[in-house]
Ligand binder design. Sequence first.
Ligand code: AMP
Length: 186
Amino acid sequence: MGAPGAGKGTQATALASRYGVPAISTGDIFRTNIASRTELGLQVQAIIEAGEYVPDDVTEAIVADRLAEPDCAGGFLLDGFPRTMHQVHFLDEYLAADGKELDAVVSLHVNPEALVNRLLERARIEGRVDDNEDTIRRRMEVYAGQTAPLLFHYERAGTLVDVDGSGSVEDVRDRMFAGVDRYSKV
Ligand code: AMP
């Protein structure tokens, strides 16, 4: 978990390869669907471009489908999910039905000023449609209002790994590995 631009995607890929599990990014799934103009893509495009959240039922159905694929049987890493309390409960129940639970929840913290600059830089390099200044501001608000409070839930559950997300990609990665390795069951 982390605000837009905190480095979730980059660090998720590194963490997933450390543990040999697939990294599942709901944002990537949506972007792929938008690019190939599927029904789902057309349904979510305007929402994502406005910086809002895709409805819970749509997002949860996608995650359920993805987690049911064979490559997730030995574990998985979710990048950008859950983002709402509804999604948190959905995930807890989905995993419990299978006798599973989350091992660890990583929270990447970066100061908000640095985030906007990182996102504007990413916009220049990757050209993501939701990386313009208005949408960035809206995504920050939505994160603060809907997603940041979920950290309390995971803190209470004892699964939260707080990581300082400032500095180089490698520094953040090493701090994250050190934190998550303590929770590792492999
Ligand atoms: P991300 O790549 O994780 O920053 O996600 C890009 C956009 O996809 C977000 O700003 C949301 O519009 C949408 N999205 C991704 N994951 C979720 C989620 N778990 N719940 C609702 N919307 C999501």
